[in-house]
Design a protein. Structure first.
Length: 576
C-alpha cells in the first residue's frame, strides 16, 4: 500500500485570496508551491505573472493580518526617516520606514513573510515598530529610489578627479578588520569607502587635529578642528550615517554590530612608503546614531624640533637645561588641547639616545617613539599610572614620563623617582605654573618633597598664528596698548596686526597654523623656601615676576610685537 503524498496547506495570505474569491484553491496551491521552490515572495510572483493587481493583494493581506493599508503615492522619498535603519536592512527585507510618531516607527511592507524583519528593525532602532501594508509595485519603486538617491548623493561628494587616488589609499591591516561577511557587505561599498577616504585626506591636508561625524534628527554634520577651532565642513545625507559609522568602525577594528556602548579603535593610513598617519577613533551612541570622533596623530608633529615649538630663546634654554639634568621633575601644565604632549615628546626625542633607558606610561600612547618603552595604562586590569611607575623603577630607568599626575599615589611615586636619580616628565591640568605647585600641595604631597624634586614647570597655550600673507594692521589707542602691558616707549612705533576674516588661499579665516605661548618657571632657591613655607599661588607668582619669569599674557605680548599673534587671539587663549 503506497504512502499518500501530504497535501500542501495554504498559507495565511493564499488562504485569504481564496476566501475573497481572487484565486481558486488549486491555483493558489500552485502559486504557493512555485513560490517556495523558486524562493521568491508569493506577493511578487502573483504580480509579476499579472494574475492579480498589487492593490488587490495589499487589501487581502491587510484583512488577513488585521493591519492598515496605506497609499505610498502620498509619501515623498526625501522626507522618509530612512536614516533610522541601514540601506542593507532595507534592501534585504524590502521593508521601508515611512514615518515616526513618538516612540513608534511605521514600516511599509507588501509581503506578510516580511513581518519577522520588524524584530530586527526594532532591535536596530530601539523603537516600537508597526507594519502597514502597501502595494508591492509602489514599494519596490520607492525602495529603489531611496537606495539610488543615497548612492548618488555619496558619489556627488567625491569628484571624478579624486576617484583613482581615493580607491588606491591603503589602510594598514584592513583585511584583518573585516571580521565577517555581513560587515564587509555593509561597509565596503565603493561610494562610502571613497567618501571616508576623502574626508581623512582633506583633514590631513587642512592640518586638522580632529574629525567629528555627528548625527542629528534632521541633519548629519561633518566638522574639522583646525587650529583649535571646530569648523563645519559639510552636511552629508542623513541616510548615510549608519554606513559611514560602519565603514569607520571596520577601518578601526571595532565591533560593527555593537551600537549600544562606546568603543575605541585606531586607524593607520599609509600615505606613502615613508609616511603614515595614525587616527585614534572613538564611537559614542547618541539619540540619533553613533557620533564618531577621530584624533589625527601625525608622528611628524614630534619631529618639529624644539625651535619649532615657539619658545623664546631664554625659555628654550631653561627647558634644555632641565632636560640635561640627571634627575628632577619637569611638569608641563595647561588645558586639554594646549600642546602638552608635543612639548613632552619633543623633550623625549632629545633625550632618546642609546645610553638612556626611557619608559612612558600614557592614556593612551598617541605617537610611537622608536627606542622608547611606551605603556598604555589600563585601570580595568589594574595597570594604573602608579602601578606602571612601580614597574618602571624595577627596570633600571634613566628617564620616566607619566602621561598625567591625577592622584596622590601617582604624585608620590613620581616624586620619589625624581629624588632617587631619575629624570621624570609629566603633566597636570592647571592654569599657570605657580598654581601647579599649590595643586600638588592640595593633593597631599609634603611641601619639602615638592621643593626638593620639581626643577621646572612649563605652563602653555596654543594660539592661532596670523597668516603672514593677509594679516591686517589693527588701529588700537596707545592707552589701551599700555593697559595690555606694553611700555609707553614701545607703543610709539608698535604695529599690531589682526586677522583678515575673509582669509586668503593660503589660510583659514586669517590664521595659518598655531604657535605656543609659554610660562617657563625654574624652581629657584627662594622659590623652594616659599614652597616649604606653604605659600599660596599668589606669593609664588609674585616671586616668579621678581625673577623675571614672564607669565602667559606677557609671553604672548612678545609674539604680538613680532606680528605673529593678534591681541584678540591672545585674550581668547589666556583669559581664564
Amino acid at each position: 500500500m503506497s504512502t499518500p503524498v501530504p497535501r500542501l496547506r495554504l498559507s495565511g495570505l493564499a488562504r485569504r485570496l481564496v476566501a475573497v474569491g481572487l484565486l481558486e484553491e488549486n491555483e493558489a496551491l500552485q502559486f504557493q508551491e512555485e513560490s517556495q521552490q523558486k524562493k521568491i515572495p508569493l506577493v511578487g510572483l502573483l504580480i509579476s505573472k499579472e494574475r492579480l493587481k498589487a492593490a488587490e493583494v495589499a487589501q487581502a493581506a491587510a484583512k488577513e493580518f488585521g493591519l492598515p493599508v496605506i497609499d505610498l503615492d502620498a509619501f515623498d522619498a526625501a522626507f522618509l526617516p530612512r536614516e533610522l535603519i541601514s540601506e542593507k536592512i532595507i534592501n534585504e527585507s524590502r521593508a521601508l520606514p515611512i514615518f515616526k510618531r513618538g516612540n513608534r516607527l511605521f514600516v511599509a511592507i507588501s509581503d506578510p513573510m516580511n513581518l519577522p524583519s520588524l524584530d530586527e528593525i526594532k532591535f536596530t532602532t530601539g523603537l516600537n515598530t508597526e507594519a502597514v501594508f502597501v502595494e508591492n509595485d509602489k514599494l519596490e519603486r520607492l525602495i529603489d529610489e531611496v537606495l539610488r538617491d543615497t548612492n548618488e548623493a555619496i558619489e556627488d561628494l567625491v569628484s571624478d578627479s579624486e576617484l583613482e587616488s581615493l580607491d588606491s589609499l591603503e589602510i594598514a591591516n584592513e583585511s584583518e578588520a573585516a571580521q565577517n561577511e555581513e560587515v564587509t557587505s555593509d561597509a565596503d561599498d565603493a561610494p562610502v569607502v571613497r567618501y571616508v577616504n576623502k574626508v581623512l585626506l582633506d583633514a590631513i591636508k587642512r592640518g586638522a587635529s580632529d574629525i567629528h561625524f555627528e548625527p542629528y534628527e534632521k541633519f548629519y554634520r561633518l566638522r574639522f578642528r583646525i587650529d583649535g577651532i571646530l569648523r563645519e565642513m559639510g552636511r552629508p545625507p542623513v541616510a548615510i550615517a549608519p554606513r559611514l559609522a560602519s565603514r569607520i568602525k571596520v577601518m578601526s577594528r571595532m565591533d560593527v554590530v555593537e551600537r549600544r556602548k562606546p568603543q575605541d579603535g585606531r586607524i593607520k593610513l599609509q600615505l606613502s612608503k615613508n609616511r603614515a598617519i595614525d587616527f585614534r577613533v572613538n564611537s559614542l551612541p547618541t539619540l540619533y546614531g553613533e557620533k564618531i570622533v577621530l584624533r589625527i596623530l601625525d608622528p611628524s608633529s614630534t619631529q618639529i624640533g624644539i625651535d619649532g615649538l615657539g619658545f623664546e630663546e631664554d625659555q628654550k634654554e631653561l627647558y634644555l637645561k632641565a632636560l640635561s639634568r640627571p634627575h628632577g621633575m619637569i611638569l608641563v601644565t595647561g588645558p586639554t588641547g594646549s600642546g602638552k604632549t608635543v612639548t613632552l615628546y619633543t623633550g623625549l626625542s632629545i633625550l632618546n639616545t642609546e645610553d638612556r633607558n626611557i619608559s612612558t606610561a600614557e592614556d593612551p600612547a598617541e605617537i610611537n617613539l622608536p627606542g622608547v618603552n611606551q605603556v598604555n595604562v589600563n585601570p580595568k586590569v589594574g595597570l594604573t599610572f602608579a602601578e606602571a611607575l612601580r614597574s618602571f623603577l624595577r627596570q633600571d630607568p634613566d628617564v620616566i614620563m607619566v602621561g598625567e599626575i591625577r592622584d596622590l599615589e601617582t604624585a608620590e611615586i613620581a616624586i620619589k623617582a625624581a629624588q632617587t636619580g631619575h629624570l621624570v616628565l609629566s603633566t597636570l591640568h592647571t592654569n599657570d605654573a605657580p598654581q601647579t605647585l599649590t595643586r600638588l600641595m592640595n593633593m597631599g604631597v609634603p611641601s619639602y618633597n615638592i621643593a626638593n624634586s620639581v626643577s621646572l614647570i612649563i605652563a602653555q597655550r596654543l594660539a592661532r598664528r596670523l597668516c603672514p600673507q593677509c594679516r591686517q594692521p589693527h588701529e588700537i589707542p596707545e592707552d589701551l596698548l599700555i593697559e595690555e602691558g606694553f611700555t609707553a616707549e614701545e607703543v610709539k612705533n608698535l604695529v599690531v596686526y589682526k586677522a583678515n576674516p575673509e582669509g586668503c588661499p593660503k589660510c583659514t579665516a586669517g590664521y595659518k597654523g598655531r604657535i605656543g605661548i609659554y610660562q617657563v618657571m625654574p624652581i629657584s632657591e627662594e622659590m623652594e623656601r616659599l614652597i616649604i613655607d606653604g605659600e599660596n599661588a599668589i606669593a609664588l607668582a609674585d616671586q616668579a615676576k621678581k625673577e623675571g619669569i614672564a607669565d602667559l599674557h606677557a609671553s604672548g605680548l612678545r609674539k604680538v610685537r613680532e606680528g605673529l599673534l593678534s591681541l584678540e587671539e591672545l585674550h581668547r587663549v589666556t583669559t581664564d
